[in-house]
Design a protein around this ligand. Sequence first.
Ligand code: DC
Length: 222
Amino acid sequence: MAHGASVIAIDGPVAAGKTVVGRQLARDLGFAYLDTGIMYRAVTWLALRTGTPVEDEPSLGRLAKDNPVGLEGTEGDRVSVAGHSLGPELRDPKVDNNVSAVSKASQVRRELVAQQRRIATQGKIVMIGRDIGTVVLPDADLKVYLTASPEKRAQRRWQEMQYRGQDITLEKVLSETLKRDQIDSGRDDSPLKPAEDAWELNTDGLTIDQVVQQIIDRSRAR
Ligand code: DC
């Protein structure tokens, strides 16, 4: 009988549903959950806070190395860095607009990938990001690449932003989403792309429960 996957990697572009699906999947399976995006966001927040230019790769690398990101809480949406406990700040528009630049820096990636691998050694984990199946955990038991149409993704982000009280048009969110896709997929180091052995799942027209169930079925078949 299959024992099921114990390390599950979920990658995909912005607002494909990774966070909400990953969190519920981890809860249903009784697994740990790590959203690696918030680690890049924490380093970006710290760079802005300390006035470190987001183009200055060596300084960003040092910043990441000297200030390991601590995970806080059980929901996977809080971290501590350099003595600051951060939650909603990680979603500030300033962080949103600079995180793609910071995550292009190889020295930052090297540091955060090492931290992510250490966390995964415990097993029974759902890890989400852009390069989990390709770089961080190439031996993951199950690799899922979640996608959705740009319009659907922009619509989701726009709704989240409305909810947080940010005043922005849907058109602007769509153009920002496409721009971030381009930076994430076009960077030299660990570009966003499905691993060769990833299972691609388009979430257009599926509910969160349906997506989670499909992944559970797939993971049990392992
Ligand atoms: O998933 P998110 O929107 O919170 O990710 C924020 C940024 O971090 C996004 O621009 C891509 C980058 N990122 C990355 O390069 N590698 C990861 N494993 C996770 C996120």
